[in-house]
Design a protein around this ligand. Structure first.
Ligand code: FPP
Length: 331
């Protein structure tokens, strides 16, 4: 059994004459509801329903933007993690430093809102490709399809993304400072216009994506320093988040290689020269950063805290098993 999202049930309920044309089989609204009840669905039936990706477009009116919709298109959990990364950056400024709870709250919430915006624009752009991949085929915008060429769910996503850019930017400008607000809005642009476009053009996309993911802790640092680089302590949280992403994304690309090919994404696999350089290099840089940050004057306290942090990296490294094997061969 898998859990079907509540919004999917809403989606069906909102369409009284909903018929899903599924290959040769046509099911009506009542039987669809019988299969996908509010909250639970039988795995095999859902798989059958969703197996023919191209038929999603045949589903009838899909407009029912609710909380689940907005959380889904904005990748709520990821956006919260971005906010948390900002808090970590804020805390790593070094001593003496102050904690202003209002400033910290604005930092978290501003990054969260900008994260929602960036992810919404990204998903809106990628719906055609998300539809083709097992991992992403149940995303909100894919599920909701379009109606008579006019797609209200997409329209709603566009409006929601734009609102979040304005709210997020304004919160950061008012509660933190202009540098942080500018960096945040720049990051939305970098993620949507550069990273998202590059995903289907060049493997350099991962390097840009890693940069995007690494900017929130830098924003945290610059919030606490009033927008200035007062020491080198920003390097550790920003660098760690940058390097962490290569084994993560390359591991994903290796595991889901056929899907990525089908969707036309240009990702490094594990067979070429450059992917090994990036995979092994990033793991090494991550480890070296943890081990020598204090000696290099990049960390405020003794390096033990770095060793504690490295524990969090361990499952990730093991997860990317093929990269890990390469690393073993390299040694
Ligand atoms: C301040 C601010 C704007 C913060 C936001 C930072 C942000 C959006 C980080 C995400 C980084 C990233 C490369 C995600 C993967 O996207 P993907 O499109 O490859 O994911 P997918 O394959 O699951 O669609």
């Amino acid at each position: 059994m898998i859990r079907a999202s509540r919004s999917y049930a809403v989606y069906l309920k909102k369409s009284p004459k909903c018929e899903a044309a599924l290959g040769t089989k046509t099911i009506d609204y009542q039987s669809a509801l019988g299969i996908i009840k509010d909250g639970e669905a039988d795995d095999s039936e859902v798989r059958k329903l969703t197996s023919n990706f191209s038929n999603w477009g045949n589903l009838r009116p899909s407009y029912a933007p609710d909380r689940a919709f907005h959380k889904g298109v904005g990748k709520d959990a990821l956006s919260r993690s971005n906010g948390l990364a900002g808090i970590i950056g804020y805390m790593m400024v070094g001593y003496p430093f102050s904690i202003d709870l209002l400033e910290l709250g604005c930092l978290y919430y501003g990054i969260y809102r900008l994260g929602l915006a960036a992810n919404t624009f990204n998903q809106k752009h990628e719906v055609t490709y998300d539809r083709q991949m097992e991992r992403t085929r149940l995303r909100e915008l894919v599920k909701r399809g379009s109606y008579n060429g006019y797609d209200l769910a997409h329209y709603e996503a566009q409006i929601s993304g734009m609102k979040n850019v304005v709210y997020g930017g304004a919160i950061l400008a008012a509660g933190c400072n202009a540098t942080v607000a500018g960096l945040g809005v720049f990051n939305v642009w970098l993620y949507y216009w550069i990273y998202t476009t590059l995903k289907r053009k060049s493997w350099v996309n991962t390097q840009i994506g890693a940069l995007v993911g690494a900017i929130p802790p830098l924003m945290g640092y610059l919030t606490n320093t009033g927008g200035e680089f007062v020491n080198n302590f920003w390097i550790v949280p920003t660098g760690l988040l940058f390097f962490w992403q290569f084994p993560h994304f390359y591991g994903l690309a290796v595991e889901r290689n056929p899907e990525y090919h089908r969707a036309g994404y240009k990702m490094l696999g594990i067979t070429g020269r450059w992917d090994q350089v990036w995979s092994i290099g990033s793991i090494l840089c991550f480890a070296l950063l943890l081990l020598f940050a204090h000696e290099l004057g990049w960390a405020p306290t003794h390096q033990n805290w770095c060793r504690v942090l490295s524990v969090f990296k361990l499952p990730e490294t093991i997860n990317s098993s093929e990269i890990y094997q390469n690393f073993a061969l390299f040694c």
